[in-house]
Design a protein around this ligand. Structure first.
Ligand SMILES: Cc1cc2nc3c(=O)[nH]c(=O)nc-3n(C[C@H](O)[C@H](O)[C@H](O)COP(=O)(O)O)c2cc1C
Length: 378
C-alpha cells in the first residue's frame, strides 16, 4: 500500500491517511460566528476521505480578523456551532483541526471578491461594514496605499499571546483535536518573524532570536491550555522570496525553537509578507514548496506537511514515500473535487470497489461498476 494511505500518528491523534484539507477562508461568518455554510463546506471533505480537516483562519480577537467575514473564536458563544462541525467531522472518521489567526497589519481588508483592498467608507455605505485600526510589530503598512498599523505596545503583545491561549481553550471545548497557528502569508506571527515587517529594537525584534520570540510565546500560551495528547502545528512561510526577508535557513531555526516549545509539525508554505505582486524569486510549478518541507523536516528534525500546487495523486504519494514530508495539504484541488482522496485511493490501488467510501454512496457505486462491467459499457 502506498504510504500516502497509511495511518499517521502525532502525539495521541491518529490520521487514517496522510491527506489534509488545507485551511480555506470562506468569508462567510457573521460577527465571527460559524453557520451551516461552514458545516457543509468542511463536512463534505470529511465525507471525501481526507484524514485531517482544517477549519479556516479563525480570529482569536475581534480585531484580529482579516475581513468582516472571518470566522472567530474570541468569545465563548462562538463554541456551540463549532462543536456541531467538529462532531460531524469526527463522526465521519476525520480529525477536526482549527487554524488560529491574527491578521496584524493585514486586518480590516475587503473580501477577495470585494477587491482585497483596505475597508473604507465605501464598505460602510454598501454593506454597513466599517474599517478598524490594525496593529503590527512595527508601524509599517502591508503595501502601498494601506493604512499604517499601530506599533504594538508590550501590553498589546502580552494580551495577544494570552488571547491565543484562550482561543486554544475554546478550541478544546469546541471539540477540535489539533491546532495550527497561522504564522505564514504575512499575518501577525509571520510579521514578527520577518525583518521586513519587524523593525523593533526591544526584546521582540532586532535579531532573529528576538523576532521568533513572539511565535515561541504563542506556542507556549497555547500549550498551557491544550492537552499534551493533542498535536500543535505551525504554518510558516519558509521563505519571504525577498532579499532581506525570511530565508529557509531562518525557518529551520524557527522550527527548532517551536519544537522545543511543544510544536509537533510544520505546515510549510511561503510568501505573503508584503504587497500583492508575486516576488521575482517565486517560481510557481507543481509542488514548488515541497523542497522547503523536505529541508525543514531534515534540518530541524521535525515532521512537516507539504502544501501548494499539489493535485496529482502519484506526485503526492511519491513525496510522502520519498520522505520529503509526512503529510500533504490540498486546497483548490479539493474545492474542485472534495472526493479527491477517495479518487486518489482508487487510482493508487489503495481502495477497491469503493470500500473506503461512506457506505451510503460506496454501496451504489460498487453495484453500478459491476453492472457497467457486465454490460460492457465501461
Ligand atoms: C479559498 C481559499 C482560502 C484560503 N484561506 C486560507 C486560510 O484561511 N489560511 C491559510 O493558511 N491559507 C489559506 N489559503 C491557502 C491554502 O491553504 C493553500 O496553502 C494554497 O491555496 C495553496 O494550496 P493549493 O495549491 O492546493 O490551493 C486559502 C486558499 C484558498 C483557495
Amino acid at each position: 500500500m502506498t504510504k500516502l494511505f497509511t495511518p499517521y500518528t502525532l502525539r495521541e491523534i491518529t490520521f487514517k491517511n496522510r491527506i489534509a484539507v488545507s485551511p480555506m477562508s470562506q468569508y462567510r461568518a457573521k460577527d465571527g460566528y460559524a453557520n451551516d455554510w461552514h458545516l457543509v463546506h468542511l463536512g463534505r471533505f470529511a465525507l471525501g476521505g481526507a484524514a485531517l480537516v482544517y477549519a479556516e483562519a479563525t480570529a482569536i480577537e475581534a480585531d484580529a480578523r482579516r475581513t468582516h467575514g472571518d470566522l472567530g473564536i474570541w468569545e465563548d458563544g462562538q463554541i456551540e456551532k463549532l462543536k456541531q462541525i467538529t462532531s460531524f467531522i469526527a463522526q465521519e472518521g476525520a480529525v477536526p483541526a482549527i487554524q488560529l489567526s491574527h491578521a496584524g497589519r493585514k486586518a480590516s481588508e475587503r473580501r477577495p471578491w470585494h477587491g482585497e483592498t483596505p475597508v473604507d467608507d465605501e464598505d460602510v455605505a454598501e454593506r454597513g461594514e466599517a474599517p478598524w485600526q490594525a496593529i503590527g510589530p512595527s508601524a509599517i503598512p502591508y503595501a502601498d496605499g494601506w493604512p499604517t498599523p499601530l506599533e504594538m505596545s508590550e501590553e498589546d503583545i502580552q494580551r495577544v499571546i494570552a488571547s491565543f491561549g484562550q482561543a486554544a481553550r475554546r478550541s478544546l471545548e469546541a471539540g477540535f483535536k489539533m491546532i495550527e497557528v497561522y504564522a505564514a502569508h504575512g499575518f501577525l506571527v509571520h510579521q514578527f518573524l520577518s525583518p521586513i515587517a519587524n523593525k523593533r529594537t526591544d526584546g521582540w525584534g532586532g535579531n532573529a532570536e528576538n523576532r521568533r520570540r513572539f511565535a515561541v510565546e504563542v506556542a507556549k500560551s497555547i500549550r498551557a491550555h491544550w492537552p499534551d495528547t493533542y498535536p500543535l502545528a505551525f504554518r510558516l512561510s519558509a521563505t519571504d522570496w525577498l532579499d532581506g526577508g525570511v530565508e529557509v535557513e531562518d525557518t529551520v531555526e524557527t522550527a527548532k525553537a517551536l519544537k522545543a516549545a511543544g510544536v509537533d509539525i510544520i505546515d510549510c508554505s511561503t510568501g505573503g509578507i508584503g504587497g500583492k505582486d508575486r516576488p521575482r524569486r517565486m517560481v510557481i510549478e507543481q509542488g514548488f514548496q515541497v523542497p522547503f518541507a523536505e529541508q525543514i523536516r531534515k534540518d530541524a528534525d521535525l515532521p512537516t506537511m507539504a502544501v501548494g500546487f499539489l493535485w496529482d495523486a502519484k506526485a503526492c504519494a511519491d513525496l510522502i514515500s520519498n520522505g520529503q514530508a509526512d503529510m500533504v495539504a490540498l486546497a483548490r484541488e479539493l474545492l474542485d473535487d472534495p472526493n479527491w482522496p477517495l479518487h486518489a485511493a482508487a487510482e493508487l490501488e489503495a481502495d477497491e470497489n469503493h470500500a473506503a467510501w461512506p457506505i451510503e454512496s460506496g454501496w451504489w457505486l460498487m453495484k453500478r461498476d459491476r453492472l457497467l462491467k457486465k454490460l460492457g459499457l465501461r
